[in-house]
Design a protein around this ligand. Structure first.
Ligand code: CP
Ligand code: NVA
Length: 314
């Protein structure tokens, strides 16, 4: 394979919006190459002697395992740092933690609640900081989603992507990457569960500049009509479990099932970032059926996270 482009060394990845369309495309191209190389069992050990810290304030399967496996495959070492076992849990500041960890590590991923914590880390750290999910965004997921859609449909611009359900962190990052790549993004959410208007405004501007558009509404059938891809996510995200009963009731009409998928384009695919609550936001026959890309999306977390690390870590 061609070498790893050097122009993104040192960059953090805290939000989709922080990277240009060209930069995101560079990452997706490298992820495609890494996926092909891995299938040929060829190694790309670009991180020898590097240690990457992984701070988790919330549970994770895909993000953690994709990082740990990906780092090992790139020849580096992963350091799993459960947040409750760091001095952060006893009040050490993000700034001090960032300054200290920069002396040990080559990059740092953080999964937490408040987006500002990730931004504060990135501001003070001397190493790349990667957002592994906040209440507001999930940019790593958006990378894998874009890779998966591009693999399936050949190119991203012009794809109609419907998002049905809760206007949450996954929705925000997906909307922004869709806008960056000139897709038509149509979201259907119940009243009170709309994506954050600040995200929507910025994404609309981005979509306009890239030849795409953002449509918002409350009718899932309207959003899905003619869509190439139909995406959903859980109705209660991590940290929202106290509110679960109300959310389940309000979001009930927004399940992605075979009937809804039948309104989309004939070759339309269902997507889900996982973990899923089968029978809630997605019906079992859709999730486990032939028109679902969720398992490919999960695998592509590995290739996109490897590409990101190979690009930004010095
Ligand atoms: N999709 C995703 O981020 O999964 P995990 O919570 O398992 O990391
Ligand atoms: N919206 C979900 C995504 C999990 C990967 C959550 O934040 O829990």
């Amino acid at each position: 394979m061609a070498g790893v482009p050097q122009g993104l060394k040192g960059r953090s990845f805290t939000r989709v919006a922080a990277w240009s369309r060209d930069e995101l495309e560079t990452l997706l191209d490298l992820a495609d190459e890494l996926k092909a190389e891995r299938a040929r069992r060829r190694e790309l050990r670009v991180l020898p002697g590097r240690t990457i810290g992984l701070i988790f304030h919330k549970p994770s399967t895909r993000t953690r395992v994709a990082f740990e496996v990906g780092i090992a495959e790139l020849g580096g070492m992963a350091l799993f740092l459960p947040a409750g076992e760091l001095q952060l849990a006893r009040g050490e500041s993000y700034r001090d933690t960032a300054l200290v960890l920069s002396r040990f590590l080559s990059a740092l991923m953080i999964r937490t609640f408040d987006q500002e914590e990730v931004e504060e880390f990135a501001e003070h750290a001397a190493i790349p900081v990667i957002n592994g999910l906040t209440d507001e965004s999930h940019p790593l997921q958006a990378l894998a989603d874009a890779m998966t859609l591009r693999e399936r449909f050949g190119e991203l611009s012009g794809i109609r992507l419907a998002y049905v359900g809760d206007g949450n962190n996954v929705c925000h990052s997906l909307m922004r990457i869709a806008a960056r790549f000139g897709m038509v993004f149509a979201a259907a959410t119940p009243p009170g569960y709309e994506p954050d208007p600040a995200f929507v405004d910025a994404a609309m501007e981005d979509a306009r500049a890239n030849g795409g558009s953002i449509e918002l509404g409350t009718d899932s059938r309207e959003a899905v009509r003619g869509a190439h891809a139909v995406y959903t996510d859980v109705w209660a995200s991590m940290g929202q479990d106290d509110d679960r009963a109300r959310r389940l009731k309000d979001l009930q009409p927004y399940r992605v099932d075979a009937q809804l998928l039948a309104l989309a384009a004939p070759d339309a695919m269902a997507l889900h970032c996982l973990p899923a609550h089968v029978g809630e936001e997605i019906a079992a026959d859709v999730l486990y059926g032939p028109r679902c890309l969720a398992w490919e999306q999960a695998e592509n977390r590995l290739h996109t996270q490897k590409a990101l690390m190979a690009l930004v870590i010095r």
